[in-house]
Design a protein around this ligand. Structure first.
Ligand code: SAH
Length: 196
């Protein structure tokens, strides 16, 4: 496949915010992802009470699902609208605070304390702000990152995980000459070189 056709494509932060404003969010699914159910054991690996990270989280319903199983969830999402919709659609009370390390950054946390969603760019995060994670659910995240930022994204993710962590990655496979993305086509060879 020819991935050159997508290499230069850039979706700006403003465009993502507009998608949320316009309700142009075909990526959001009301039902939990079947692949998370299928590979849940791989993610948990017999452990309980994990810290699980949702990069580019949107209002993914799987966050509620894993939180209800006793895990603690951290997500990051550019759109404040998305974050607020997540809490309101699950009738979860939350509080909102500034994140002093991030200019303009906010953190929305469920009152029960087990779901924390950072409203900022993922590139503003570091392990000194959010700590390290035992598990990652990467769906609509690597494939939504602009192709030119993939290396930076992968390096950050590697920095945010503990040594014994599990990383579930969902990608999409299609002919990149036929769609401009996102989601972008990320070939398996590139995933191997990004994550080693
Ligand atoms: N993972 C979610 C959403 C996928 S769409 C799901 O499975 O439903 C990608 C999301 O990433 C959008 O909600 C967009 O607003 C957000 N996003 C895009 N660039 C981002 C960035 N640099 N930092 C944080 N969020 C970002």
């Amino acid at each position: 496949c020819d991935v050159e056709s997508q290499k230069e494509r850039v979706v700006t932060e403003e465009e993502w915010l507009q998608k949320w404003e316009m309700g142009n969010i075909g990526f959001h699914k009301e039902q939990g992802h079947p692949l998370l159910q299928k590979y849940l054991d791989v993610l948990l690996n017999g452990r309980s009470g994990l810290r699980i990270f949702f990069p580019l989280c949107g209002k993914a319903v799987e966050m509620k699902w894993l939180a209800d199983m006793g895990h603690s969830i951290v997500g990051v999402e550019l759109s404040e609208q998305a974050v607020k919709e997540f809490f309101s659609e699950h009738s979860l009370p939350y509080c909102e605070e500034q994140v002093p390390e991030i200019s303009g950054g906010k953190m929305f946390q469920s009152t029960s304390g087990n779901i924390s969603l950072y409203c900022c760019s993922i590139y503003d995060l570091s392990s000194s702000i959010v700590g390290k994670f035992d598990g990652v659910w990467d769906r609509g995240a690597l494939v939504a990152v602009n192709p030119r930022d993939r290396q930076r994204y992968a390096s950050l993710m590697i920095n945010l995980v503990e040594k014994n962590s599990s990383y579930l990655l969902v990608t999409v496979s299609y002919d990149p000459n036929k769609h401009k993305g996102p989601p972008f086509y990320v070939p398996e060879s590139e995933i191997k070189s990004l994550f080693g």
